[in-house]
Write a new protein. Structure first.
Lengths: 399, 119
């Protein structure tokens, strides 16, 4: 076993909101051709038939307003360009058309093709180039937040493709429940930002096992004291609200929230781990986005192992049923650890959010059979901690 | 080690009056479902109903009227006696705030009386 895995004691997952890979990291192709970003020639037709090219004009806020549609029917249009035929193939040509549908403004609809130049996102692009960036991490469902986050917690959404309630169906349990029930017991926690922001895992765990939750202040304290659980899932601040020390700006990066506030939050999570030397050498931090938020990405989502559930045509909103046999749009994903070689680009492998419980379960529990077909088939990522000597050149952020 | 500067968002990034997003609306819907499951008793149901109704129809709030009943001589004595028994039984320490208030009241009464006397 590589020394990085021998030393590994904690896996921390930070899941942000609603940005595609190309939108956040597409500019990095110019820095490193191995990164599957943008050449600058990618385009989508607008509703007049004119080609709208990608452009490095993304702004931190007030640009993607209204929030681009990312519910199942809209994402279907984005991926297939409006082709509803049985033998259709994903062409990623419907993003501008989809955004046009929201306010019928041709000029505004082209903004869905904008991406950030790397200089505007110093935290995310630095971490991507310093550690491991995934060329093929896809959201689990071509749909919205709640069902995609469910895959990160449970390895399945129990048949949901929407923001509706989902209820746990036996025999599948959340990764947290698996870990705390193990013998010997493991520790696991979901840290939400604060009570005004709360969690996006609501109906099941927060109701029935509130002991699995903590706040971001507790995460920071646990990092400092060295009392972080084995497995942690961190949630950003989902809304603007007043805190004890003044205004708290939403840090989830969900449009139309400020992207810089999210950069600060990512840096603060990284710093909290890195500033405790013992924790830093024994922790792998995965930074990932729940879904693409309706924003352009050029890589067609691949087919995947069916999940055993079927969403009906009325549930999907397209009239066609969905067998959970295709992934959603690609999202940014970065693995941070001093045991990951600098400049790692993970290519030729497919990951999705079911890879998260799959990785934590494999590492902390070993064999565990009661998992969804999707989770069983999901690739895991801890092999990327492959260095024989720990790196000492990791960057710091002035947060 | 490299130190990377992280720019701060501008002050106007904070905007509480932004229309609520579909994500937050759905989060609220899920929390309402969870809150619904927390209501187990009629008292909890009444409190939930009062809170939501007060937001929807604030005019329906019960006016703060102090009712005065005609004193029933025998009953007043009984209540007073029961109250004094209760105080003796509990025997707890009076809070500093309560003592201070009572002290102030006593002092102010005494001043008023002394002013009256002077007049």
């Amino acid at each position: 076993m590589p020394p990085g895995l021998d030393n590994l004691k904690h896996i921390v997952v930070l899941m942000m909101e609603n940005r595609s890979f190309d939108h956040m990291l597409g500019s990095l192709k110019a820095v490193d051709a191995r990164i599957d970003g943008l050449t600058g020639n990618e385009s989508n037709p607008d509703t007049t038939g004119a080609a709208v090219k990608v452009a490095p004009l993304a702004e931190f806020q007030s640009q993607l307003d209204p929030d681009p549609d990312h519910h199942f029917p809209a994402v279907d249009l984005q991926i297939f360009g409006g082709d509803a035929s049985p033998n259709r193939s994903a062409n990623m040509q419907g993003f501008v058309k989809s955004y046009f549908n929201q306010q019928h403004d041709v000029k505004h609809s082209g903004k869905i093709m904008y991406y950030f130049p790397k200089e505007k996102l110093p935290v995310l692009t630095t971490l991507a180039t310093e550690f491991a960036v995934f060329n093929g991490w896809f959201s689990s469902i071509p749909g919205p937040t709640i069902c995609n986050r469910a895959f990160a917690h449970y390895g399945t959404s129990f048949g949901q493709v929407s923001m509706d309630f989902f209820y746990v169906k036996e025999p599948y349990k959340s990764v947290y429940e698996r870990l705390i029930a193990a013998n010997p017991a493991r520790t696991a926690k979901i840290y939400y930002y604060d009570q005004s922001s709360s969690t996006m895992e609501i109906v099941n765990l927060l109701q029935h096992q509130p002991q699995l939750f903590g706040t971001y202040d507790q995460f920071l304290a646990d990092c400092k004291k060295g009392t972080l659980p084995d497995y942690c899932f961190v949630e950003p601040n989902y809304n603007d609200h007043d805190g004890d020390e003044g205004a708290l700006v939403a840090s989830d990066q969900h449009p139309d929230h400020n992207v810089q506030a999210g950069e600060l939050f990512i840096a603060s999570v990284y710093n909290a781990i890195k500033q405790n030397a013992t924790l830093w050498q024994s922790t792998a931090l995965l930074i990932v986005y729940d879904e693409h938020g309706g924003i352009y990405d050029h890589v067609p989502p691949p087919a995947c192992t069916p999940d055993g559930f079927v969403a009906s045509g009325s549930d999907t909103g397209t009239g066609a049923e969905f067998k959970f046999d295709r992934l959603g749009v690609r999202v940014p994903a970065i693995l941070v650890s001093p045991w990951v070689p600098k400049g790692t680009v993970v290519s030729g492998r497919i990951f999705e959010h079911a890879s998260i419980p799959a990785t934590a379960t494999k590492f902390f529990l070993g064999n565990y059979d009661q998992r969804s077909p999707r989770e069983k088939a999901a690739d895991t990522f801890l092999d990327l901690l492959s260095l024989s000597t720990m790196r000492t050149d990791a960057p710091d952020f002035d947060v | 080690m490299t130190l990377i500067h992280v720019p701060r968002p501008p002050k106007n990034a904070f905007y509480k009056d932004r229309p609520v997003s579909s994500l937050l609306k759905n989060q609220i819907r899920h929390l309402q479902e969870a809150e619904f499951n927390l209501i187990k008793t009629e008292g909890q149901a009444a409190e939930f109903i009062r809170r939501v109704t007060a937001k929807l129809h604030p005019e329906g709030a019960r006016p703060q009227v102090v009712r005065r009943r005609k004193a029933q001589p025998g009953r007043v004595k009984e209540i007073a006696a029961a109250a004094s028994r209760k105080v003796r039984v509990s025997g707890g320490r009076k809070s500093k705030a309560a003592s201070k208030t009572r002290g102030k009241r006593a002092a102010s009464k005494s001043n008023r009386n002394s002013k009256k006397r002077k007049l």
